[in-house]
Each structure stands twice: as C-alpha cells, then as structure tokens.
Design a protein around this ligand. Structure first.
Ligand code: DC
Length: 228
C-alpha cells in the first residue's frame, strides 16, 4: 500500500508526506535527503560535480544508511548521523547536481526499493512514481506556482533567521526544477497514472485531506474489486 509523491522543489512534498504518514500509520521516506547526503559526501571528498569518472568510482565506497524513530528519518553517511546538515539550500543544490549520474541514482534507488519492500511507505522525490515505485497504490504529483513556492520558502527561511530576496529564491527554485526536469537519467516528470495536486491556493491541511481522501478511495475501490 505504498504512496509515491513527486513534484518540483518547494511544493511542500515533505511537509505533506510527513503528516500523511502519521495519519495513516505508515513510514515517510524522504529520498531527497539521501541525494543530499550523497552531495555532502562528494563535497567532503573534494570531488567536482563534473568529474563523472571519480563520482562513479567513489560511489562504490560510500555507505548511506537510514533509520526511523518516532516517524523521523535519520540519514547516516559512513556511520555518521548527517541529518542536521542536509536541509540547507547548498545541500539541495549539490544534491541536484550530483543526482544526474546513473551510478549515484542506481545506488540510492536500490536502497529506496529495499525500504519500501520492508514496510508500507509514503515516499517523496522526483522519480518515485516513474522509477522507484512504479506499482505504488497511489501516485501524487504535487505542484504549485513558482512564486507561491518561493514565498513559502522565503517564510521558512525567515523563521530560521535567514533573510533572502524573494526573486533570488524564486530563481533558485526555477533553476533547480530545470536541472531536475532536463537530466537524461530519471528526470522529474509526472507518471501517467499520477493525480496532479496543485497546492497554489491550498493550505497544508487541505492538501493532506485531499491526498488522504484519494488514498481511501483507492483502498475502498480495491476492496470492492476483491469482493466482487
Ligand atoms: O526533495 P529535495 O529538495 O530534498 O531534493 C534535492 C535534490 O535531490 C533534487 O533537486 C533532485 C534530487 N533528487 C532526485 O534526483 N531524485 C529524488 N528522488 C529526490 C531528490
């Protein structure tokens, strides 16, 4: 009974997925955090995002592992808990740059498939409905106008004491989407059987309710089909 959530940067995927996981009693898997940990790994090793040969070699050595406690995902890089280092703008930018390489994606997709095989999950990312969980029970493509996404990110940063210009944030978001949608390997795109949820004019609770309702409808339909 897995749920796949894909969509552009800042659409609110992780906020929504976390709440839905709690409501449905399933595990939230944040795949962006895994790509962020990879980015950190290459940065620490001093490997450039242009050096595919070095990246493909180094990726064989890295150990990224995940643990869950109280609904919180922790990411370990070679045994070190790096979770708190992953939610920065810079970590997101690095993740996007290094995630274009097949060797990097292969390693993380394997880990993601393993996690979904062990338990019911709601997993968010860019290629979940298309590549990682093509048989997910429900696929959501969560999106919102880039200005709205920038405004949300702006507020989030402001609360953390960081002051940014709205236009700068919007440009970063647009650049990241462009990069994620135009890479050769598993680009961000809507799966054919995904339901698009545009959250531009919705608050968090409305989005959560919409997705939970879609999930319950699917589960109900499956039950009816089985009983027929
Ligand atoms: O969801 P996020 O902002 O934490 O993701 C950071 C970057 O990682 C994103 O810009 C592209 C990459 N990513 C990916 O390629 N595939 C995923 N399933 C998740 C993230």
């Amino acid at each position: 009974m897995n749920i796949a959530v894909d969509g552009p940067a800042g659409a609110g995927k992780s906020t929504i997925a976390k709440k839905i996981a709690r409501k449905l009693g399933i595990v939230y898997v944040d795949t962006g955090a895994m790509y962020r940990a990879m980015g950190l790994f290459f940065q620490r090793k001093g490997i450039s995002a242009e050096d595919e040969a070095a990246i493909s070699r180094a990726v064989k050595e890295v150990h990224i592992t995940i643990s869950y406690a109280d609904g919180q995902q922790k990411v370990f890089l070679d045994g070190e808990d790096v979770t708190i280092h992953l939610r920065t703008e810079e970590a997101g930018r690095l993740a996007s740059l290094f995630s274009v390489y097949p060797a990097v994606r292969k390693k993380l997709v394997e880990l993601q498939k393993e996690l979904a095989a062990q338990q019911d999950v709601i997993m968010d990312g860019r290629d979940i409905g298309t590549v990682v969980l093509p048989d997910a029970k429900l696929k959501i493509y969560l999106t919102a106008d880039s200005r709205v996404r920038a405004l949300r990110r702006y507020q989030e940063l402001k609360e953390k004491g960081e002051v940014w210009e709205l236009d700068v944030i919007e440009k970063k978001i647009i650049d990241r989407d462009y990069q994620d949608m135009h890479r050769e390997e598993s680009p961000l795109r809507q799966a054919e059987d995904a339901v698009v949820v545009d959250t531009s004019d919705m608050d968090i609770d409305q989005v959560v309710q919409t997705v939970v309702r879609l999930y319950q409808d699917k589960a109900g339909k499956d039950r009816a089909d089985r009983e027929a």
